[in-house]
Design a protein around this ligand. Structure first.
Ligand SMILES: [Zn+2]
Length: 341
């Protein structure tokens, strides 16, 4: 896990791995946390620093704290871009070991503080009008897959952390003389935020730029608000986009192309999905196969993320009255376009 410098002497980051990558090497009882980490960004000015996302696992925590000691800088705050455990797992250590306050958006506070609430059906019904179990059912994931998911979460998401303060769109965090503007960019999660550094034309966008779309099933992921968030990032005209997994994008035209292409592909997926489900009912897996099937890596390692994104899109279409699930027929729930006329 190499430490890389941010441009303009802004600090450093520890690159995270691609979601889904390394899953095949997962062995029961083995420490998989090192393969499930997200990118950690540390903005440094003078003796102060701010940490954006904390990664997961002791190795990541040690790497960051060693670098902080070496540079003789002290963290002023931790900003969590969203509730996903690979981003927030180490926040408690920064808080408990170093007394660093933890910030997030109100929309993700509940699941950051009590991660297992995502499986609390009463809470989810109350908050979202549906449950994760129902979403899994609509993707034809078996009860076994659901319970494996719960098991995995119980094993991995045991890092509740009390958030010190919630932030809103437009709030400013400071590190020395560096201003970090909070942009509420929902879609990957309701409370996803991006850290915008106007002076440097840089944005640290959490998992928002995930190229499948929201990358998370409805109701947690929401395609329509994700599209709006991407449009918002696009008009910022940045020259550095750092996000939760994979390498950052650098250079104004590259950043523009990356966001444009991601958004355009997602809107093409929307058109293709609408066309297919108008023609005949399709399951989430069939749609994912149709859209991403020519990409072997997607099918091998990232099928789940692809399906989650399709479900997030279908969830938005359902809320807009444009699609609905039917069945199960032959044990399969499929989706159809509804007549809006
Ligand atoms: Zn995420």
């Amino acid at each position: 896990m190499a430490i890389r410098k941010l441009p303009n002497d802004l600090g450093f980051y520890l690159p995270g791995t691609l979601p889904g990558a390394g899953r095949s090497s997962e062995v029961e009882g083995e420490d998989v946390t090192s393969e499930m980490r997200s990118t950690i960004y540390v903005l440094v000015d003078g003796r102060r620093c701010g940490i954006i996302d904390t990664g997961m696992g002791i190795e990541a925590f040690r790497k960051v704290t060693q670098a902080l000691h070496r540079l003789r800088v002290f963290p002023e705050w931790v900003l969590l871009t969203h509730d996903h455990y690979d981003h927030v797992a180490n926040a408690g250590w920064f808080k408990d070991e170093m007394g660093v306050p933890v910030y997030c958006h109100e929309g993700d506070r509940a699941l950051i503080e009590q991660p297992l609430r995502v499986f609390d059906e009463d809470y989810m019904m109350d908050r979202y009008g549906t449950t994760l179990r129902d979403s899994f059912g609509e993707m034809n994931r078996s009860e076994r897959v659901y319970s494996d998911h719960v098991d995995r979460a119980l094993r991995d998401r045991f890092y509740p952390v009390r958030v010190d303060e919630t932030l809103q769109d437009g709030d400013i965090l400071e590190v020395g003389s560096v201003e970090v503007e909070i942009l509420h960019t929902p879609g990957h999660s309701p409370g996803s935020v991006s850290a915008y550094l106007p002076r440097f034309g840089a944005i640290l966008a959490g998992d928002t730029p995930l190229w499948f779309g929201p990358g998370r099933c409805s109701p947690l992921g929401d395609f329509r608000s994700w599209v709006k968030s991407m449009e918002r990032l696009l008009i910022l005209d940045t020259e550095f986009i750092g996000w939760g997994h994979s390498a950052p994008t650098e250079g104004r035209s590259r950043c523009r192309r990356f966001l444009n292409n991601t958004l355009r592909r997602a809107l093409e997926v929307e058109s293709a999905v609408l066309e297919e489900i108008t023609y005949e009912p399709q399951s989430v897996a069939e749609l994912a196969e149709m859209i991403y099937g020519d990409n072997v890596r997607v099918l091998d390692e990232q099928r789940e993320i692809a399906e989650d994104s399709i479900h997030s899109l279908l969830g938005s279409l359902r809320r807009e009255g444009a699609a609905e699930p039917v069945g199960p027929e032959d044990g399969i729930i499929r989706w159809v376009a509804t007549d809006r006329s």
